[in-house]
Write a protein that binds this ligand. Structure first.
Ligand SMILES: Cc1cc2nc3c(=O)[nH]c(=O)nc-3n(C[C@H](O)[C@H](O)[C@H](O)COP(=O)(O)OP(=O)(O)OC[C@H]3O[C@@H](n4cnc5c(N)ncnc54)[C@H](O)[C@@H]3O)c2cc1C
Length: 436
């Protein structure tokens, strides 16, 4: 176990503990109970929840701000209920937002709506679309109300501190300095290209969904119709266009078969604009705002899961532990659910100064099954619906009769909104973490 002091915790110190604390301080520059690499949705939520429980926690984020283009912006009903538990639901709704109730696709048999979130028995039967930067600012601002919370922006984690086979913190670099942050628990919440995971030599098992995506924005022009339930999809000639209504603009995903990016680029920007208009004729004027490939960002779609999410002193959560396919847009939701489960299980052991591998493996046990289940569902949708659409030269897509049938059966109708809205099971914050 790592030797760190519970600074900021009301704890009666034995002489032995005091002595070992002094020895440690000579060797390190900073310490905390839990150090989290990465202030994305997973890391920021975990830091907030631990700080609320009185656990000293330091969040290290390599960027100097949260303002990055094209990160997921969808906050699902499950996350909204969690924010409600934290009395933050109203605040998140104060951020300029739009709402998505479900997707609609034009198919060979007319408009197909696979699910409608309005069927959910929830205070929040919709996906709230808010800029992720604002969402992260809200979480970290809230966390800053707790004296146990520290945030270091521009702090790039580049190494793990190990002692006797246990991870005891991280080494990080800012523009001015290098530092060591020792901790009883180190959490890698540093996303799909996780440095922490790499340093721990944990290899994710990757699957490669059949598509890649180009993301871009188009302006809203006078006379634009609204997107009905918030999300529209069109298919034609092996290309898919997904359009998300963002109040003041359209966020667009142009989906094409994996590995064809160079081919798509080689045809030139004008051909790209024509392909967009072929999929959505009402965008003929909008695409004239695309002047440069830099306005279109490539998301190489992948899906992966680590066989093991932990080592002594170390836990991976969110994309670092598992990258979700974009089908259903559940990546943020799953990272937040990991954080809630981790805080529920680890706050007490952290406060008591004793986190062992059993605690960490319980986090994986509770989260791995829902993750596997959702990845299986996504793989099925990719194989049965997206891959045939991407391989087709037809003008519209055919949805398999089984899927059409299943979403009409009254008893099954509620299942897709529940799975998209909440995942396999609802995750709630442990009551002990609520304000007292
Ligand atoms: C283009 C795109 C669009 C997406 N759209 C959606 C969507 O609509 N809905 C959805 O649910 N999901 C979407 N996703 C997926 C979603 O963004 C992720 O699943 C989610 O953000 C995972 O959260 P996380 O906290 O695990 O990691 P991340 O959000 O990736 O956060 C990781 C953080 O760690 C920081 N970091 C990385 N390395 C270090 C280091 N060495 N030291 C310190 N900090 C570090 C990063 O800067 C980042 O802030 C999208 C992803 C992409 C790429």
């Amino acid at each position: 176990m790592c030797n760190v002091t519970p600074s900021g915790i009301n704890h009666a110190w034995s002489d032995k503990e005091e002595a070992s604390f002094s020895r440690e301080l000579e060797m390190t520059n900073e310490e905390t109970r839990c150090v989290i690499a990465g202030a994305g949705p997973g890391g920021a939520m975990l830091a907030l929840l631990l700080a609320r429980r009185g656990v000293p926690v330091t969040l290290l984020e390599m960027h100097k701000d949260f303002d990055r283009e094209f990160r997921g912006d969808t906050v699902h009903p499950s996350t909204l209920e969690i924010l409600d538990q934290l009395a933050l639901a109203e605040k998140v709704h104060e951020i300029p937002h739009s709402k998505v109730y479900g997707p609609s696709f034009m198919t060979s048999k007319g408009l197909f709506q696979p699910f409608d979130l309005r069927r959910l028995k929830s205070k929040f039967p919709y996906i709230l679309v808010v800029p992720q930067a604002k969402f992260l600012e809200l979480l970290t601002r809230e966390a800053a109300h707790y004296p146990e919370f520290r945030l270091k922006m521009g702090a790039n984690v580049f190494d793990l501190i190990r002692e006797n086979g246990t991870v005891c913190g991280v080494r990080y670099q800012t523009s001015e300095t290098q530092g060591e942050m020792r901790a009883l628990l180190t959490v890698g919440a540093d996303g799909r290209h996780s440095r922490v995971r790499h340093l721990a030599a944990i290899e994710p098992v990757k699957t490669s969904p059949p598509m890649d995506v180009l993301w871009f924005k188009l302006p809203k022009l006078g006379g634009d119709k609204d997107a009905g339930s918030g999300l529209m999809g069109s298919f034609r000639g092996g290309r898919i266009l997904v359009v998300l209504d963002r109040n003041d603009h359209w966020q667009v995903a142009f989906v094409f078969p994996k590995g064809q990016y160079q081919q798509v680029r080689a045809t030139g920007l004008d051909a790209m604009k024509q392909a967009i208009v072929a999929l959505e004729p009402s965008f003929a004027e909008h695409v004239q705002t695309l002047h440069d490939w830099q306005q279109l960002m490539l998301l190489s779609v992948e899906s992966s899961r680590c066989p093991r999410w932990h080592q002594p002193g170390l836990l991976l959560i969110g994309d670092a532990a598992h990258v979700m396919s974009p089908v259903g847009g559940v990546g943020i939701n799953y990272a937040i659910q990991d954080a809630v489960v981790a805080a529920n299980l680890l706050a007490k052991p952290l406060l008591e100064g004793r986190v062992d591998e059993q605690h960490l493996s319980e986090v994986q046990r509770q989260r791995e099954h829902p993750t596997r289940f959702m990845q299986g569902l996504q793989a099925m949708m990719q194989k049965r619906v997206l891959a045939p659409a991407l391989a087709s030269t037809q003008a519209t897509i055919q949805v398999p009769w089984l899927i059409r049938f299943l979403v009409q059966v009254p008893i099954l109708k509620d299942l897709p909104p529940r799975l998209i809205g909440f995942g396999l099971r609802r995750v709630r914050i442990d009551e002990n973490a609520l304000p007292r």
